[in-house]
Design a protein around this ligand. Structure first.
Ligand code: ADP
Length: 687
């Protein structure tokens, strides 16, 4: 009936790369392609059940919902057939012709990076669910025939994984999806045995085994026709029987004590498309006023879409009396636990619940409360019992949990208890520092490079009353930053707030166990420098007022004050902000998000004891204004670099440094650009 000229489409570049990887993959665990296809088929049956509850006419024929495997060893094909919801032509093209899912895009990007770094990709395959595309690990040609329930048009999608796919109309007697894999030859060793992981997937015994291993709890029957010898003697004959390969028992309905770790892990992989084991499994069964079961998994690694700004809702599915109702039920967990996977099965909710009614449902509210508490307890337990594992988890997902500190006042304190931060502990004593007598040895602290706030507080010397931190773009910048010199010289530990989300955390987390959190790059710095030192510094500041004023004038675009510093030990200068001002990182972040942020002028502090100040004083006294201003400009530039910020005009900065190394006539050699030759314009003229 339908026109038969196939339309040819090219795959997106990302899809091509992905297919290429699948085809050339050395991944030893190729059998998981079957789990992916069975998962998709099971989702399609769930969706049809849900739709058909409203419109029973969608389901045609008398056949019960099922997934069928049809191996054909002679033709070397395997068919995976479901009578689920099916797809329209548009859906086929957009679902399996292009990589719409940001996760797969992220996968390909990561893949490119690792390829450049010369790493083998197989491990990477495991970090992402690549679903349908994994068919190309075992097949060199894949045909998808599908018909959407309620429609009478069927479509055939064909690809050899070579960058193109064809789409044409076809005949199909019932709704659902039929996927035919033209299998590659299995790899065999010298003895003719198949090489691990490349079994013959047209062999019914192999299929039975793989289904049992990966898809046993799938809620729909996975069926296969199996030939058997039946009868005795004369009567003996070969009969074909349809067998259901999986037990279909939903895992979460079984008693916890009877479920093995491997079964949990397999269920998690099926449910999440992650190829790793879960980090932790939370299985709760509640009885009483409300009856429900929840099965929640925390992943070991960051799911690919966790920072997708369009996809911030919880990833728990909702079931009612074992019937799937909806995916990603956002009422079940807050956004800052969106990396958790799993489901809640309620015995009390009506089957026809909608997203709207859920929002005001008290029962859902209580389930959510209980689950959040459970997750936080689980994290606390892991922190106490397996620090190394927890630290790895935190390094990967801590940024998401920190969002909770900002967003969720109810759980802020609990989250602060399990939060980890990098810190100066463990990087050795400060150079020429006068270590306080009661300062702890830093080396023993900070297992795996991260500390909790409680541990920080426990290490505080008696004289220290605040928790000190510094913000910055990365560890290297803050470690060497002049801001932390005085604190470290006193033997005070400094937290490194180097995660972009820390800026938001710090807006809400102002103290911990009654100790205020104090920034070392904002305000006057409350590190007591000693009365005498302070007196001396103030006197010197009055004496140098004209110099400081002249320096401020030449940096007018960037700096609102130049003053002497009580916080520097080795560095000649440092930039600080007002109390409550945006940090340079936050300023940059907001700009990058397209927000208009007025330029913030900062304060340049000079080290009163540094030879550079003596040299500046000399220049100022000599009346060589031009040189004085260039020095001030350089000093400002190096203070920016020292804290990890960019200088306003790197090319000009580089020229000035070169001049300094091989002094010539700065104006004549082009060291200063047009208009900058005069003392006024020498520094800070170009914004
Ligand atoms: P995922 O399952 O992770 O979304 P896949 O690449 O496996 O990724 O599938 C992409 C999409 O194609 C699915 O989300 C689904 O919409 C559709 N799809 C795949 N297999 C089937 C099927 N058997 N029946 C209906 N739709 C399917």
């Amino acid at each position: 009936m339908p026109p038969t000229t196939p339309e040819t489409h090219a795959f997106q570049a990302e899809t091509r790369e992905l297919l290429d990887l699948m085809i050339h993959s050395l991944y030893s665990n190729r059998e998981i392609f079957l789990r992916e296809l069975v998962s998709n088929a099971s989702d399609a049956l769930d969706k049809l059940r849900f739709e058909a509850a409203r419109d029973p006419s969608l389901r045609d024929g008398a056949e019960e919902p099922r997934i069928r495997l049809e191996p054909d060893p002679a033709a070397r094909t395997l068919v995976v057939d479901d009578n689920g919801i099916g797809m329209t032509r548009e859906e086929v093209v957009s679902n399996i012709g292009t990589i719409a899912r940001s996760g797969t895009k992220a996968f390909v990007e990561e893949l490119r990076k690792q390829k450049d770094a010369g790493d083998a990709p197989p491990e990477l395959i495991g970090q992402f669910g690549v679903g349908f595309y994994s068919s190309f690990m075992v097949a060199d040609k894949v045909v998808v025939e599908t018909r959407k329930a309620g429609s009478d048009e069927a479509v055939r999608w064909t690809s050899e994984g070579d960058g193109r796919f064809a789409v044409e109309a076809c005949d199909k007697s019932s709704h659902g999806t039929r996927i035919t894999l033209h299998l590659r030859e299995p790899l065999r060793d010298d003895d003719g045995e198949t090489v691990d992981g490349t079994q013959d997937f047209s062999d019914p015994l192999v299929l039975r085994d793989v289904v049992k291993r990966h898809s046993d709890f799938v809620a729909w029957p996975v069926q296969m026709d199996v030939e058997r010898e039946e009868g005795e003697g004369e009567e003996k004959q070969t009969v074909v029987r349809t067998e259901t390969l999986n037990s279909m028992k939903p895992l979460w309905t079984r008693p916890k004590s009877e479920i093995t770790d491997e079964e949990y892990a397999e269920f998690y992989r099926h449910h999440s498309h992650d190829w790793h084991d879960p980090l932790s499994t939370i299985h709760v069964h509640a009885e009483g006023t409300h009856e429900y079961t929840a099965l929640v998994f925390l992943p070991q690694q960051r799911p690919h879409d966790v920072f997708d700004p369009t996809h911030h809702n919880s990833r728990l599915s909702l079931y009612v009396k074992r019937v799937f109702v909806m995916q990603e039920c956002e009422e079940l967990l807050p956004t800052w636990l969106r990396f958790a996977r799993g489901l809640v099965d309620s015995a009390d909710l009506p089957l026809n619940v909608s997203r709207e009614t859920l929002q005001h449902n008290r029962q859902i509210g209580q389930i959510r409360k209980r689950l959040v508490k459970k997750v936080l307890e689980t994290l606390g337990g892991l922190l106490a019992d397996d620090r190394e594992k927890y630290t790895r988890f935190w390094a990967s997902l801590g940024a998401v949990l920190k969002e909770g500190i900002y967003l969720d006042g109810t759980h802020r304190d609990d989250l602060a208890q399990v939060a980890l931060f990098q810190s100066s502990a463990g990087i050795g004593p400060a150079e020429d520092g006068e270590e306080a007598d009661d300062a702890p040895a830093e080396d023993a602290a900070c297992p795996h490079g991260f500390t909790t706030l409680s541990e920080y507080v426990a290490r505080m010397p008696l004289a220290q009353s605040s928790i000190y931190y510094v913000t910055g773009p990365d560890r290297a910048s803050v470690e060497g930053s002049p801001h932390i010199e005085a604190a470290r010289a006193k033997g005070y530990e400094v937290l490194f707030m180097i995660d972009p989300v820390d800026e938001w955390v710090l807006q809400r987390l102002q103290s911990f166990e009654d100790k205020p959190l104090v920034s070392l790059d904002r305000g006057a710095g409350d590190l007591d420098e000693g009365d005498e030192a302070e007196e001396q510094r103030k006197e010197k500041q009055t004496e140098l007022a004209p110099l400081l004023e002249a320096a401020r004038d030449s940096l007018d675009d960037y700096v609102k004050e130049v003053r002497l510093s009580g916080r520097l030990k080795q560095s000649p200068a440092v930039l600080v902000s007002d109390e409550g001002a945006l940090s340079p990182q936050l300023e940059q972040m907001l700009r990058a998000q397209g927000q208009s942020v007025p330029p913030q002028k900062r304060i340049l502090e000079l080290n009163p004891d540094h030879p550079v100040l003596a040299r500046l004083t000399e220049l100022h006294g000599s009346g060589d204004e031009q040189r004085f201003h260039l020095f001030v400009e350089l000093l400002h530039g190096q203070a920016l670099l020292a804290e990890g910020s960019p200088v306003p005009d790197p090319a000009r900065f580089a020229r000035l440094v070169t001049e300094l190394m091989a002094p010539g006539d700065l104006t004549a050699s082009g060291g200063a650009p047009d208009g900058a030759a005069g003392a006024e314009g020498a520094a800070g003229a170009e914004a």
